[in-house]
Structures are given as structure tokens and as C-alpha cells.
Design a protein around this ligand. Structure first.
Ligand code: DGY
Length: 428
């Protein structure tokens, strides 16, 4: 479809150029300076865009990430392939003692979801299918790790132990739980992110102090993942993170069935089913959407963020909660000029500039659009794709955007924004 007023050829050319310039050979950095290593969910989402350009390279992106899976199944959130001074906290702070250094926490498990998109959309299935098949046991091992390390009481839902794991680092969802994290003994440190990006668009120092305290706590436990859950004062069940895991388990099952791995399929179906059944415990009647559950405090969090809308991508079509979520997305669309804000602007804590406390992110929009399509609202999904293209055509390939005036925020020439533009060009 053509979109009047949008120069699609220019957007496509620019998106491809950004992915090329951030390609360090087998992996793509999110952006120069601010994020000079390989990030887990960035790479999986970047692979969706790369698949439109070069399927072989898209698979390599994922294979490079998965090559750094830990023996216990965890796939870390950062792989530090090469030294770089422009980022803090680097490998010395993490101290995970891996041959190629990595961080010691994880990130939203979009891997299964991304792989299925690559497999289903494959132009060269003879090349893609065996490489995807080889990855399935590794995806299954990661999902198994989530069930044991992050859901030790078998509730069906997993906890994140650090805000960085959510990918939505400074979301309002974490404020109360993070406030209980101490800051004693962290020592002095120098942030690098605020040398690249205006501090008003980044998490605060108070948040960084607590982020670091958690890293130091986990490091002192030798990164023994089996011990971290109960030892962390920050244990939060994020509906967005869990929706992604449930959907990835569903997608893993579908791929395993198609590629002749019935045991993986049965295990993944079981995990997705248990997750879906438990998700209803995160429904917040007052907010009319899902909300995070603070597992350490035993309370549902009063915070209407985009994380609570992502279950759209995991609920079975026809699920009774789906219509309410579709209505919430429509309400947010009409509350701002550029949807979908990462937090409800009606909340006084909304901040149009500050990272995940209000700005819109094209990767979140991509996942919301997927959910809308799943529930029969392809029209609304296409609108989101068109909005995204118009926004980037006007403001450039920013990391995130002000939902009120559309200005680009955070890092520039951002890989996953480029990848989402390539995705939206197929959807709009
Ligand atoms: C950062 O450093 O801002 C990252 O989001 C952590 O992964």
C-alpha cells in the first residue's frame, strides 16, 4: 500500500543505511556511543527488520546472541563483544567471568516471537528452516530457565529482578519497588549515558544508584541465578514481559511442531498455557488494563503503562479482556498526537520526555500492533504503522519520541527504529 505524503523509498533507503552503519560484523549495536555492544531484545527486533533486507544476516544476528547463552539457559541482556569506553556499566562492573564478557541479567524474551516471524516469512525456507530448527532447543532452554529461576513457586508468571530486565528501565511501574532498594556502599561512579543524551530524557541519578546496588548485590552472589530471585529486594511481575514470554512460548511450540520437535512443542505449549491462566491475576479493574505485581510487597502496582497493554499479543483471540485493551489503545491514541505513549498522559507522573515514563517507542508500537491484528483489528494496527512512518519521516530515526509534539529523543540513528520502519513499510 502507498501512504500519501510519505516518501517510502527514502525511508527504506535510510533505514537500511542505519542498519549497515550499526553492523559491527555479525551483530548490530543499537546506536553509536550510547549503546556500543549487542543488546538482547534489540538484536531480536532488529532481526525482524534485517529479514526484509537479508535473511541470512537476520539469522546471524540471532545466532551471535544465542552463542553467548549461559550454561544454565539464561541469555544475557548485553554481550560485550569488544571494549568500549563510551558505556557504563561495562564488563568490569558486571564481573560475570564469561570468556566473552556479558551482563548477568536478561531482557524481554522476544527471541521465540522473532524467530517465528523469520520462519513464517522466509523467502528461502531451505536456508532458514534448518537454522531456526537448530536454535529451538536453545530457546526452550532459556524458557525453562525462566520457569525455574524466575518463578520458583511455579505461579505461571516470572519476575524481573532488575528494571533493566524489563527493557522499560525507568517505567513508573517500578517506582515503589525500586524505592525499597538501598543505595549504601555503591561507591562513586561516572555515568556515560548523559554525555550522549540530554539528562532530562534519561533515568535519574537516584534510579541509577539503585540499578547499581542491585548489580553489586547479584555480583556478590556470584551470579548464581538460582539464588538471585529470593535475594533480590526488587521482584516484580511485569505483564508486558510475561506476555512476551507467553507469546514466544506459543511461537516456539508452533515452530517445533512444524519442524518436527514434538517434545519441545509440548513443553512450550504447557508453559504458554500456564502463563495465560495466571495472567488474569494481573488484571487491574480500576485501571481497566493489566498492571505489574510487586512480588516482594504482594501488591498490584497502580500504574497504567504500555506494559499492561502488551497482553494483547498473548491472549487467545476472542479472550474477554481483549476488547477492553483495544479500547485502552484507542483512548491513548486520542489522548496524544503521536501514539502510543509508554504511559497514560492522564497520570500526573507522566513525563513526555523521560525515556519509558511517557515517550512512544516504535518497538512497543510494533508489539501493540501485532496484538491488535491478532484480535481482528488490522485496521488499527495499520494506523499505528502509518503513524510510525509519518513520525520518522518528519523527525528522523530517534530512539523514542515525544508523544505530544513528535520530536525525536534519546539516541539518534537507532537500529531498532530503522528495523521497525522496514516492518511498518510492509504493514501500513
Ligand atoms: C541502559 O544502559 O540504558 C540500558 O537500558 C541498560 O540495558
Amino acid at each position: 500500500m502507498t501512504n500519501p505524503g510519505i516518501d517510502e523509498d527514502r525511508l527504506r533507503t535510510e533505514a537500511r543505511a542505519i542498519l549497515r552503519e550499526n553492523d559491527l560484523g555479525g551483530y548490530t549495536i543499537p546506536t553509536k556511543g550510547l549503546y556500543p555492544f549487542q543488546w538482547n531484545w534489540d538484536s531480536c527486533l532488529v532481526a525482524l527488520g534485517l529479514a526484509h533486507v537479508d535473511e541470512d544476516r537476520a539469522l546471524t544476528e540471532i545466532e551471535t546472541l544465542v552463542a553467548h547463552q549461559w550454561p544454565d539457559g539464561m541469555i544475557p541482556h548485553i554481550v560485550f563483544h569488544a571494549d568500549h569506553e563510551s558505556y557504563f556499566p561495562g564488563p568490569d562492573v558486571w564481573g560475570t567471568a564469561r570468556a566473552t564478557p556479558t551482563s548477568g541479567i536478561t531482557q524481554p524474551p522476544v527471541l521465540g516471537y522473532a524467530l517465528r516471524r523469520l520462519l513464517d516469512g522466509a523467502r528461502d525456507r531451505a536456508m532458514v528452516a534448518p537454522r531456526v530448527a537448530a536454535l529451538l532447543p536453545k530457546v526452550a532452554a532459556w524458557h525453562r530457565w525462566f520457569a525455574s529461576a524466575r518463578d520458583p513457586e511455579a505461579t505461571g508468571l516470572v519476575a524481573i529482578l532488575h528494571p533493566w530486565e524489563s527493557g522499560r528501565d525507568n517505567a513508573i511501574d517500578w517506582d515503589d519497588a525500586l524505592a525499597r532498594v538501598p543505595t549504601d556502599g555503591i561507591g562513586s561512579y561516572v555515568r556515560r549515558d548523559t554525555t550522549h543524551v540530554d539528562a532530562a530524557q534519561r533515568p535519574t541519578k537516584e534510579e541509577y544508584d539503585r540499578y547499581l546496588w542491585l548489580v553489586q548485590r547479584f555480583r556478590r552472589l556470584g551470579w548464581n541465578q538460582a539464588a538471585l530471585h529470593d535475594a533480590s529486594p526488587f521482584r516484580v511481575v511485569d505483564p508486558g514481559f510475561n506476555a512476551i514470554l507467553i507469546r514466544s512460548a506459543e511461537d516456539l511450540a508452533a515452530m517445533a511442531r512444524a519442524l518436527g520437535a514434538p517434545e519441545i512443542a509440548a513443553e512450550a505449549e504447557g508453559q504458554a498455557g500456564r502463563g495465560r491462566a495466571a495472567l488474569d491475576g494481573l488484571w487491574h479493574e480500576g485501571l481497566g488494563q493489566y498492571a505489574a505485581f510487586d512480588r516482594a510487597a504482594g501488591t498490584l502496582v497502580e500504574s497504567a503503562s504500555i506494559g499492561g497493554l502488551l497482553p494483547l499479543m498473548a491472549l487467545e483471540p476472542g479472550h474477554p479482556r481483549a476488547d477492553a485493551l483495544v479500547g485502552r489503545v484507542a483512548g491513548l491514541r486520542s489522548a496524544v498526537r503521536h501514539p502510543v505513549p509508554s504511559h497514560d498522559p492522564a497520570d500526573p507522573r507522566f513525563d513526555r520526555l523521560r525515556y519509558w515514563r511517557g515517550p512512544l517507542w516504535l518497538i512497543a508500537n510494533r508489539l501493540v500492533a501485532d496484538g491488535l491484528g491478532r484480535h481482528g483489528r488490522s485496521d488499527a494496527a495499520a494506523d499505528i504503522a502509518r503513524d510510525g512512518l509519518a513520525l520518522v519521516a518528519r523527525s528522523g530515526f530517534g530512539e523514542y519520541f515525544d508523544p505530544l509534539d513528535g520530536r525525536a529523543l534519546g539516541g539518534k540513528r537507532f537500529s531498532w527504529t530503522a528495523a521497525m520502519v522496514l516492518e511498518f513499510l510492509e504493514m501500513a
